[in-house]
Design a protein around this ligand. Structure first.
Ligand SMILES: Nc1ncnc2c1ncn2[C@@H]1O[C@H](COP(=O)(O)OP(=O)(O)OP(=O)(O)O)[C@@H](O)[C@H]1O
Ligand SMILES: [Mg+2]
Length: 241
């Protein structure tokens, strides 16, 4: 469960208003897609949700925990895949995964099972012993994803997770997101790939100039726009201006 209530964030002492009075709720069992033009405020919102930035105003609750009052509980109950992960070049993939599993306190047996499963799902079993500095862009993205999946949190937050993934890996990630939600968990992700959002998401939010300009199921978005066609048409119409 994700509850954002009236959150705002400015940069440069108020000169750039990145997020303006944004409220939304994502319930257990839902996949929520967060769309918006470049610079609309998606990454800023996500960074506030995971505790990397503090909001100027408003409240954020993840699984009922307040990000300001109970930051550790929030971080324990979510997993986050950043858009531009800082990754430890001098570690092997395996060392990196073990490091993350240690941070999140994943017990040895469960850790082994999950690593095996996710390494195989993303075809990283062969490469896991190599140094991360030797990985391609997509391989880095996949090792970060696997690391985020190891502790199986209630809430999974991803910032443009499909970028750089090959079609099979992207497909497997989408399948995994569905499985995650079928267990009553929550997925929140930003994307520019409207076809993915349209097919995968239970609900979609569109942010423009820091404001949530539309939010709902595909049917609800269609009702809100004049244009009843594809999500692409709706997106273009609503984000004009
Ligand atoms: N560290 C920063 N300092 C100053 N301004 C920033 C900073 N980070 C973001 N901004 C500004 O805040 C606004 C929102 O940026 P944000 O990164 O949240 O957008 P986004 O929706 O994630 O865009 P994209 O689709 O390109 O990833 C933009 O105007 C951006 O220039
Ligand atoms: Mg971004």
């Amino acid at each position: 469960m994700i509850e954002l209530s009236g959150i705002s964030k400015s940069y440069n002492k108020g000169a750039v208003k990145a997020v303006n009075n944004l409220s939304l709720t994502v319930r257990p069992g839902e996949i929520f897609g967060f769309l918006g033009p470049n610079g609309a405020g998606k990454t800023t919102t996500i960074k506030m949700m995971v505790g990397l930035l503090t909001s100027d105003s408003g409240t954020i609750k993840i699984n009922g925990y307040d990000i300001e009052k109970e930051p550790l509980q929030v971080k324990r109950s979510l997993s986050y895949v950043p858009d531009n992960p800082a990754i430890y070049e001098k570690l092997s993939g395996l060392e990196y995964l073990n490091f993350l599993a240690d941070v999140y306190g994943v017990p040895a047996k469960v850790r082994r099972e999950r690593m095996e499963r996710f390494l195989s799902l993303f075809e990283m079993t062969q490469a896991v012993g190599d140094l991360i500095q030797s990985y391609s862009h997509g391989m880095r993205q996949k090792i970060v994803l696997i690391g985020a999946l190891l502790h199986q949190p209630q809430v999974f937050i991803l910032d443009e997770p499909m970028v750089g993934l090959d079609p099979k890996s992207a497909h497997n990630l989408k399948e995994y997101m569905r499985e995650h939600c079928a267990q009553g968990k929550t997925v929140f992700f930003s994307t520019h790939v409207l076809e993915v959002a349209e097919k995968l998401c239970d609900r979609i939010g569109i942010i423009s100039h820091g404001e949530l300009i539309a939010c709902g199921t595909m049917e609800e978005l269609k009702a809100q726009a004049q244009n009843t066609g594809s999500l692409e048409n709706i997106f273009l119409e609503l984000t004009e201006a």
